[in-house]
Design a protein around this ligand. Structure first.
Ligand SMILES: Cc1ncc(COP(=O)(O)O)c(C=O)c1O
Length: 381
């Protein structure tokens, strides 16, 4: 349906082997109770895409559409804003520190910073967000709209992560990062527990036989790990069927999870991570995410920007707005579905039921309009 575009697929030799429990279920239950209690909480829709399913030669395709999540354009509030709420509650019970006396900070390529800024704004604490040089002005403005201070610096997302840590250490701020490393795991774990609600909603909305495959995009791996953990928690105990296969899809210019899987250890990829899929432009995996995905993921894929743009147009033709980072899973699925060897590797066939997540809408409306083209509604190929 798209392409042809070159892509890479790596079947994970460690898939399914037992390992660490990275996201205990009680943490998810706490996240679900908190987030579903927020006044503006509404589940996002799951769209069925029968035309795409037929053309791709599978039985069913469902796409969870996160564009409307809390009015922020992406799934990220489930994590960043929840982690801010947890942090403020913990600091209050630990030291009776009021939100007004707390500053939270993070690095972002757009969506996470917007979620943290929104969470801080709702609960009345200060927020400072670090962005690297290529984050678009539209994304910066969307963060600043929640009264956050935005600081721009040269380099990549990973440089911004390091700078947020450095300044927070000096200023006594709290880092709300979506990426974990040795010694910094609790906040990223809360973030991933919040993300699981997206997968839980999708499973609640899914009708009929359970999904066989989930294609989910990866930046540092947090959302893919959350989906992996939730699919296993949700499906393994209730049916004799195996849990859905998890296929993690990254931009080919920032495929740190695929590189880690190839090497069998968390690995950073070099270069300037120059992909249009801004939310996925991450060169270093999150430690916790890796610990889930090194066994939870069936396979890893790397796809080019052109495939993502083609998928944005495809969804636009169906009336679904999905941004550059939101379509990577769909791109991975369509490229694999169109390639006999990849179909075989992933056991994709006419009986397959595929769950996808459009993790963002037009989070940068100007860029979205430029990529889709002026008010064109392309016909479905
Ligand atoms: C829209 C979108 N999808 C997916 C991701 C990937 O999430 P993670 O970094 O947890 O892998 C991001 C990250 O910012 C994002 O903004």
């Amino acid at each position: 349906m798209i392409g042809p575009y070159a892509f890479k697929l790596f079947a994970n030799p460690r898939a399914g082997t037992p390992g660490l429990v990275v996201l205990p279920d009680r943490g998810f239950r706490r996240a679900r109770a908190a987030i579903t209690g927020w006044t503006d909480y509404v589940p996002t829709p799951l769209h069925l895409l029968p035309t795409i399913a037929t053309r791709a030669g599978v039985a069913k395709v469902g796409l969870k559409d996160e564009a409307g999540r809390f009015g922020l354009g992406s799934f990220k509030a489930l994590g960043g804003a929840y982690a801010v709420a947890m942090l403020l509650a913990n600091e209050f019970s630990r030291a009776r520190t009021a939100p007004a006396d707390i500053t939270v900070t993070c690095a972002t390529d757009g969506n996470h910073g917007r979620a943290v800024a929104w969470g801080a704004h709702r609960l009345g604490c200060r927020c400072v967000v670090f962005v690297h040089e290529t984050v678009s002005q539209g994304r910066v403005d969307a963060i600043a709209a929640y009264d956050a201070e935005v600081r721009r610096l040269p380099g990549t997302y990973d440089d911004a992560v390091r700078e947020a840590d450095r300044v927070a250490h000096i200023e006594n701020w709290f880092v709300v990062s979506d990426t974990s490393r040795p010694g910094y795991t609790e906040i990223p774990r809360d973030i991933m527990q919040g993300y699981r609600l997206m997968a839980e909603e999708a499973a609640d909305q899914w009708q009929g036989a359970q999904p066989t495959h989930v294609f989910i995009q990866g930046g540092v791996g947090g959302v893919a790990a959350a989906v992996s953990a939730q699919m296993r928690a949700r499906y393994r105990p209730v049916s004799k069927l195996p849990a859905p296969k998890i296929i993690v899809v990254e931009p080919d210019k920032a495929a740190c999870l695929l590189a880690s899987a190839e090497l069998g250890a968390p690995t950073a990829v070099p270069g300037n991570l120059d992909t249009m899929m801004a939310g996925l432009a991450c060169g270093e995996p999150s430690l916790l995410a890796w610990q889930e995905l090194e066994r939870g993921a069936t396979a890893f894929m790397a796809v080019p920007d052109d495939a993502a743009i083609a998928c944005m147009k495809l969804l636009a033709a169906l009336g679904i707005v999905s941004g550059e980072s939101g379509v990577a899973g769909l791109a991975g699925f369509l490229l694999a579905a169109g390639n006999p060897a990849a179909r075989e590797t992933l056991s994709l066939g006419p009986e397959s039921r595929v769950l996808l997540f459009s993790t963002e809408g037009a989070t940068d409306p100007a860029l979205y309009a430029r990529l889709i083209g002026p008010s064109t509604t392309p016909a479905l190929p």
